[in-house]
Ligand binder design. Structure first.
Ligand code: ADE
Length: 231
């Protein structure tokens, strides 16, 4: 799977791409991540200006249509297959596990990271990206949101996680719309806090039943909306 990221700050991704799971997935050839500096498409050298004030007034600056659209068109022209285009914006559809699972089926995803007050509306009108938000809060730009999406998607790709089944039980996944049950490891006792007895007995049926019950209790207490969705 290939991701193309359009950003004014490609270096924000440096650490993320060179650590842990992402580094391994890239090394194994399971995922390719290409960063594109939007300023490379700015006409106005040497300032390389990519933004301007909104018509009609208002605070902040907007990323310009005549920079952004050619940038995306060039990236698309270089590739053999068209990509799913995603614009990161707090105005978008909320990213969730279902969307991650759906995106993991794509060969290519292009992520457009906004900054300042976002993009000129004509970027949306012309490129028709899916507008996606990672939550009801405002970030300083789309880069952290793009990393969130990449992180959620890459771990679903075959071969990325050590144990092929380890994402199947994840909270919110297709196989499990409930929150995950609590887990314990050694020591059995710590400052009077004991591991639940049922987990120590080796009765797999009893353990599965306890975990299912715990998932349900947790979900009811914390996210009753997920139980409504399930029914
Ligand atoms: N850019 C700024 N805030 C954002 C959010 N919540 N989701 C996606 N992109 C954003």
């Amino acid at each position: 799977m290939r991701f193309d990221i359009v950003t004014l700050f490609p270096a924000i991704f440096d650490g993320y791409l060179t650590q842990s799971l992402l580094e391994k997935a890239i090394a194994k050839g399971l995922v390719e991540i290409h960063r594109h500096d939007l300023r490379d498409w700015a006409a106005d050298t040497p300032h390389r200006k990519v933004d301007d004030r909104p018509f009609g007034g208002g605070p902040g600056m907007l990323l310009q249509v005549d920079v952004t659209v050619p940038c995306v068109e060039d990236i698309e022209r270089m590739a053999e297959t068209p990509s799913r285009k995603i614009m990161l914006t707090p105005q978008g559809e909320r990213f969730d596990q279902r969307m991650a699972e759906d995106l993991a089926l794509s060969d290519r995803v292009l992520l457009l990271c906004g900054r300042y007050e976002g993009f000129d509306q004509r970027v949306v009108d012309i490129l028709e990206p899916e507008e996606v938000s990672v939550g009801d809060f405002v970030l300083n730009g789309g880069e952290v949101a793009a990393m969130t999406i990449i992180d959620g998607v890459v771990r679903l790709l075959p071969g990325v996680l050590g144990d092929q089944n380890s994402h199947v039980d994840d909270s919110f996944s297709r196989g499990n719309r409930l929150l995950e049950f609590p887990q314990y490891t050694r020591p059995r006792d710590f400052r009077g806090h004991h591991v639940p007895e049922v987990l120590l007995g080796g009765n797999h049926e009893a353990i599965a039943a306890w975990r299912a019950e715990q998932s349900r209790i947790r979900t009811k207490q914390r996210r009753a909306d997920l139980l409504d969705e399930e029914e």
